[in-house]
Every structure is written in C-alpha cells, then in structure tokens.
Write a new protein. Sequence first.
Length: 648
Amino acid sequence: MNNPAPLPLLPYCPASLAAQLLTGRHRILLYGEAGIGKSTLTAELAQKFAESSLTCFCLSADPGSPGFGLPGTVSLGQWQESGWQVLAFEALCTLDAGRFRLPLLSAVHRLIQKTPPGLLLIDAPGVVRGVAGAELLTGMVELLEIDTVLMLTRQSKPFPLMKELSSLGVPILQVHAHPEACRPGQKARAHRRTRQWQAYLADSHQLTFRLADLRLIGAPPPIDVPDAWAGRQCAFIAEGPTASLGEIVSLQAGMLQLRLPMAAATTETLLMRDAVSNKSGLLVSAAPFASGNLQFMPPPDAMPYPTPDYAGGPRPAVKLRGMYATMINGVFGDPLLHLRLHQQQRSLLFDLGDSGRLPTRIAHQVSDVCISHAHIDHIGGFLWLLRSRLGDFPSCRIFGPPGLIGHIEGMIAGVLWDRIGDAGPRFEVAEIHGDRLRRARLQAGCRDAVELPEIRLTGGLIVDDPQFSVRTISLDHHTPVQAYAFESKAKFNVDNSVLKALGLTAGPWLNELKRLVGSGDRRAMIRLPDNSLREAGEVGERLLTVTPGEKLVYATDLADTAANRAALTALAHKADLLFCESAFLEADSEQARRTGHLTASACGEIATEADVKQLVPFHFSRRYETRPEAVYREIAAVCSRVVMPPIK
C-alpha cells in the first residue's frame, strides 16, 4: 500500500488560514495532539472571521481540557467580542475522551443539531493515537460532515493518523503548531479545570435524593461502596439533553446528597462516569473501581510452593467474592491459572504449564481443566496431575481444542502402568469442535479409550454446574486455541427480618423459592408454611436479596486479528477479571504477528473495548524479564483497568 503524498506544512498564521477557509467551507475540524494550540487557533480564527462580519460558532469537544465551557462536557459556543458565549452543552461526566469516545461522539452529534447556520469550528480532543484516535477522527469527520480538517503538527514529528486522514476524502491543511505551544503537565491541566469547575459550583446549594428513585446511567460505582461516590461529577438528563450538572457530596443509607447550581432542573435520570473531585479537591479521572495494585493473596492452602529458583516475575493473585485466582508461574512462566472456589475444596485449572509449584493436595481437588492448546508450555504439567491423582479420586474433566484426546492418551500411554490395578487416574477428555463436544474416557492402566456420546453445545456452554458455568470460544494462533469464561451464579439470601414480619417460618420451601427465582421461573406457584399458594417472583421480591455472580475470562496465545478481537471482546464483555496474554511490546509487533501473539497495546485495547473491571496481563516474553514495567506501562497507556504490581 502506497503512503499518502506528504502535505505542505503551512506556517502558523491565523489571518492567512482564515482567508483560505472562507472559500465555501462551513465545517472545519481542528485536530492535533494535546497542548499543540488548537483552542488558541480556534479563537484566533473566530476573531478573523468576525472582522469579516461572519458569524462563527464552535464545538468545544475536549471534556478534559475544554477551550471554553465546563470540564466533563462538550459545549456549543458563538464568538462575541469578549470571546466564546456558551449556547448549549451536553454533559459527559468524564474527562477521558479516548475511553468514552462513543458517548462523546453522540453528544457532539446532538449539539450540532442545535447549531445555527454559519461557520462552525470543531475543537477536537487531543487523542491522536491508537484505536481511540482513529475512531474519534473517523467518527467526527463522518458524523459532523466535515468540509476541511485543519491538522496541527510539528515538523519534527510525523502525524500518527495520516493514513486514516487521507482515506476520509476531505481536504486537509497541515499547519505548524503554535510557536509557544507546549503540552501542559497533568497537574497543570488538573488545576486549570478544577478552577473552572469550582467557579461553576460557587453559587450552589445541596439537595438530597433517594437513590432508589433515580435511574442511574453511564458508569456509576457500586452502590455498596459509598466512598467511591463522593466527589463524582453527575448530570440530570431529560430524554437526551442535559438538564443540569452537579457534584455528589455523599451516599449514605440510600440517600444521595448533591451540590447543584441554584434553580437547577432535576429529572429521574442521573448520569455518572469517572470525573471526580478527589480528596485534594482536584477534578481528575477516577480509576475504574476495583483496579489497582496486586493486593490480595490466596489462602494458605492455595498458595504455591515457594521455590528458590523462581524467576517468573510478578505473580498475580486476585480475590473476588467467590474465588481466588493465582497465576502460579508468574507473568513470565508457563501459563497455569489456579482458580480456587471458596469453601468448596474445589479447584479449576486454566492451562497446565509447569505444575511443580502447586501442592499435591490441589491436584486431588481439581474437578475441571481448561486447556487453551497443546503447546508444551500449556500442557506439559499434565504429568504432574497424572501422578498426583493416583488413587481413589473421581474422574477429572479436561476440555480443549481438537486433537486433545490423542495428546492426553499419548502422555498416559508413555508410562508403564503394570502395578496400579484399578487405582489409575481417570479423566473425561472433551474436544471442542464448534457446536459439539467429542468425548472419551481415559484411565491409566486401561489399554483403550472409551468413546462417550457427543454433546451438542449452545452458546459455547461446556460446564453448567449448580455453582458456576464455563463457556468457550475458538480463536486463532496459527492453530486453534480456546478462550474460556468462568461465571459464578447469583446467590440468593433470605432477609430474616422480612420473613419474621410476614409471620413465616424457615424451611425447605425457601430452597425451592431460591431455585425458582434463580431459574427465572418467577410465575411458578410455591406453597408457603401457612399452606397458601403464591407466585415465586412476588414472594422472592420481598424475601430475597441477590448477590450477583462474578465473571473471569482467560485468554492466551491469540493473533491480533479482527475476528479474534471481536470474539474475545464479546466473551469478556463486562467481566470482573480478564486474564489476557500480553506477549510483546509494540516495538516487537512483527514478532507478535509472525508468532500469532498479542502486543501489550492490543491486550489493553481489547480489555477497554470489552469494558472489563480488571485486566490482569500475563505470558510476557522473557526478553522483557529485566523490565516487566515496560509491558505494564504500554498497556496502561491504552487501558486504565490494568492491575499492576508496584512499579518503581
């Protein structure tokens, strides 16, 4: 593919640019990195247009560093002698144009419907790299029907989205950055936007609302973590448009206290995302809830054996409500994720790399093993599992891609089993062939595998246990590989105070109520202790509280293709934890492409697109063994949800 011809770099001269832009052009997009002078040039162009008696409007579309209007919003303004006068605004409640680019594009599109005829300048966010930059650029040009892109750049730095720009079919003017332009530091930007925000709230009062009366949209924090609500920017929405903008003071006992401008309108719909006034009073982006440093360790009986030769780098160990998940060999070692279910003495393994650090007792409690593919670093630990399960243990299920039965059968057949009698370890091996499972029963000491009936799959569901389910998808690594999603099921708890108030006694009927509600059969009739019949849904609404299930996704060894991205994004959508490989840095992307692996950036982009709560990267190439922080930092540049060890 030919590179686009280089454009002439025009000097920074507002008068000359204004003269060129006046010729039949009505919608002009100013695009460039943060701190390059877009807002300054926008105002200077508007001044030149005003001198020619032309009415000029502007869309300030950078919620983090707006040229005018309020942080956390996009605004429509008209140029007056004193500067921009805001005509309308749309709340985003975020400062992160890259992460929330779709809501930003929607808000800008709504504002443009309110724009009177005349020249319109669009001051774009400074997101000019990666998927976020490309999507923002394309979306703005197409949605806003841009006539000309005015691209600010520096002579010493090539513009990263030139190919995307050239493919859009609109005229491009490449302009040198403002002579005094420099990218402001994070603290300087935070202090500037904080002054704007505090000035807006200077004349405000406090109002209290019942949280149950509000319809929450956007990305609110969990209701059971009230500390995460204080300081959040919020907006009342009236069927699309913004009614008012304010800040949360506190959430206590289901009551939400807000600071709002005097006479501000309120509605039933409250928008929240991640803009927050932190404990220092600065308006910043809150870290996605539950992300942060590795801070949980598994219980002692699930800890891997300490070994003097350990060289796996950071060893992720995270905790959810119903489970512990530990990457046994660290981010550089063989993939082996140990998932320990609380209070069940039961474990699942995802991949079977080097297993020498796992206690033997864990092998006795493994009920299911999910293999991504049969390369030795993902299946070589099977011999540990085989040896550890000698004795009277139930059959262990093993899932994986086509060919797995032969691989397991071959490893068992490679050992002489002349003295074990009927104590040979038993396995039920299932190969995933699209929408069906091909299965076989294998037992050490028995000559032949026993073929089992095939099972038809629906939606990739391979395990449907009363406590959890496991789904799978097939991906491409220049060989078929499987990714897996583990989901614990919702738990129902009885509110004993309500039970007592209704004059009912506990008994087996409560288990039946939980079963019916959990299965969705809410209209089924249930007999109460007083012998009356009631609908399960009606009784459940009054008696039961629900603890939602949790979702963990495991994916490794996949090529960075559009099909792989789409499939994994769908599987990991809204996951609590995504364990995803991050094999190479972007500088080694050719090696990643050749070997069918993800780069750190690709890993982060998939997690962001899937809107996971936490991303735990692993399977780093050992070429980065002395500098793992480079991998984490490259992921963090495109994904704020990455779980990171302390980095010096």
